[in-house]
Every structure is written in structure tokens, then in C-alpha cells.
Design a protein around this ligand. Sequence first.
Ligand code: PLP
Length: 405
Amino acid sequence: MTHVDPYFRKLTGNYLFSEISRQVAQFQAIHPEKRLIRLGIGDVTRPLPAAVVEAMTAAAAEQGTPAGFHGYGPEQGYPFLREAIALHDYQDRGIHVDPDEIFVSDGAKSDCGGICDLFAVGNTVTLCDPVYSVYLDTNVMAGRAGEFDPATGRWSGLLYLPCTAENDFVPAPPAEQADLIYLCFPANPTGAAANRAQLQAWVDYANRHDSILLFDGAYEAFVTTPGVPRSIFELPGARTCAIEFRSFSKTAGFTGTRCAYTVIPRELEREGVSLRRLWARRQATKTNGVCYVVQRGAQAVYTPAGRAQVAENLAYYRRNAQTLRAGLTQAGLTVYGGVDSPYLWVKTPKKQTSQDFFRLLLEEAGVVTTPGSGFGPHGEGYIRLTSFGEAGETQEAAARIAALL
Ligand code: PLP
């Protein structure tokens, strides 16, 4: 008799998101004439920068020659890419990160999901509410959560940090002991960016409590406000308590190409064990690294041409965010995020539920959003919009919503 993993079995389907797709598909089937504008999912729409395509084309050609062929690469990533990352994303900005502290991977999702392999089951997992569900679900799979309570929408055994308008969607460290602390700033879904003092409080807390900060910087490239940290390693003390996840997905349009990296400082140890070594061991066991062609493409992100093209794409999405912010604010909505982030977190008017407002925008404006309640109980009363759409459609979406309200 084969037994299925009991923790995996605890995970129910993400009913809300499958329910949303179902509702959108059903609506479209009844109203095929309506042109829906989709600002719900967080995928990019701008094509890859030309410098990336050129580098990948050249690398693919290399792979077809005896002299240029690359088989299995180093599990941690090619030195050419790790050196470019260390130099441009950290050292040039005055942040101490060495190439051998960088682990290249196929996605921040894989790394955020895999990192909990390093830690014992008894650790208290601490999550923002609302949250990017990967942190939650992977810990449920790993047996770190108790039972789900449908009445509260929460799992027992986890520590939740409410992110509300009152705390500007950036929670302060808790009074109790938190061991594994997932932080994502700029945040998905709220679009909030944490300032230096807020992040320093977390770093100090983690060092005092022997906790680990698992810092997801997937959206760091969207930070424009002076003084807002783009890396947890800008904060003194972070090298002894933090792991950082970064991705080329939203920065350089790699959602379908797949490349990301994780930084684990040499100093980071718990119980005398180097977490960097542990992760190296884990990666060497569970992956054979990222495609050579893709790593050459990621390297091209750091060339002068690549940087200029990436900057153009980021500016495009920022303009979308501004369009949405201005349009929705003018329509009388309370809008958060969209400044240092591609996400806008919009309060539903007249105390409507997330689901009702989502439905109204779908049916009356033909705009697809994401109900905030899908990200956790404190997401209720909000919807999320993304600025990753096409510019004309984004303008039209803002106009349609304004006309409706
Ligand atoms: N982290 C956050 C907060 C995200 O929102 C996403 C994707 O939407 C990811 C990580 C995944 O990034 P990647 O495409 O590198 O797997």
C-alpha cells in the first residue's frame, strides 16, 4: 500500500484563483463580444530586451559547435553570470556580496519554495497577510503548519503579520519568537515598499532572536523612491540573518525564459552550520543548474545595451502604474502601491467585498483584476491590479473603471 504525503494532502486547491479563471471564462463565453482587459495576473507583456535575445542566439549557436558546446554547468551558476550579478546588483551600489554567495536558479519561485528544505520542522514560520502564496503552501507541504481553519482563513502553527493601511502594509516585528520570516518588499500583492528603518528593525530583531529573514526582492527593480532599500544587504547586520531572492522575471522579462538567483552570505550560520554550504549541497543534489543559453541571456542584462533596454521596459510599466494610480484615484478610489512597485492595491468602494468588486469590474467594465481576499484574510476589501499590461489597454482600463464609478 502506497501512502501519499500527509502534508501535501492538507493543501486544498487554490479555490479562489481557479474560481476566478472559471468566472472570467464563463463571462467571456456568455459575452464573446466583450473585449476583456486583463490586469489580474502578474506576468509581463514587454518582449525580451534585444541584447538578451542576441546573447541567447549567439549562445545557442555556440552550443552547436564542438568548441563552443557546454554540457552540465556548475550547479551554482556560471562564474560569468555570478560575477556580473555581484558587480552590478551589489558591489556597484556599495553592497558587500561576493560571486560565491550567489546561486543562480530557474526562478525565485523555485528558491523561495525550496529554501525551507534547510530548516527543521519545529521552526515557527512567519508570514505577511496578505502574502505571495508560495511561502505559505511550501511550508504546509513541509509539515510546518497545523490545520486550516476556514472560519479565519488561517493555518494553525503559523505566525501571521497583518499588513493593513494602518501600518502602511509593512508589519513591525512581533513580540513573540519568529524563526523563519518571509518578507517581500516591494510587496506582492500590496505594492508596499519598506523603508530603511522598517527593514533595520527586522534585521535587528532577527539577529537578537536568531531568526532567519527570507527576503524576496523579486520587485526591487521597481524602487524609485530615494532611500528605499532595494536589497536587505543594504542594512547593517543583514549578513548574519538574511537570505535574499532575486529574479530576472519582472526586471528583464524572463517570466518565460526563467532565470533568478539567491544570495546566502558566508557569515550566515545556525547551530554552527553554514547555510550557504547547506544550500550548495541541496542544489547540487536536486538540480543541474540553469541552461547555458539562458545564463548568457541573463549576463547580457548587465551590458550597457541590456541595461538601457531593461530601463526602457521598467519605465513603460512605471508609466502604466502612474496611469492606473491617477485614473483610479480620480475615479474616487483609494489606491496604494504602484509607486515603487508594479502592483496597485485598491480599496473596494462602499465596503464591497473583494469578490463583489472584482465581479463588478469584470461585468460592467470588462477589466479583470484579482480579489485581494485570495492572498489572505487581510486582503479582504481590496483588489490587486498590475501595471504589466499593454500601455493602451492600461489607459483604457483606467478610463473604463472611471466611467463605471
Ligand atoms: N516572488 C514573488 C513575490 C512573486 O510575485 C513572483 C512571481 O510572480 C516570484 C517570486 C516568482 O518569480 P520567478 O518568475 O523568478 O519564479
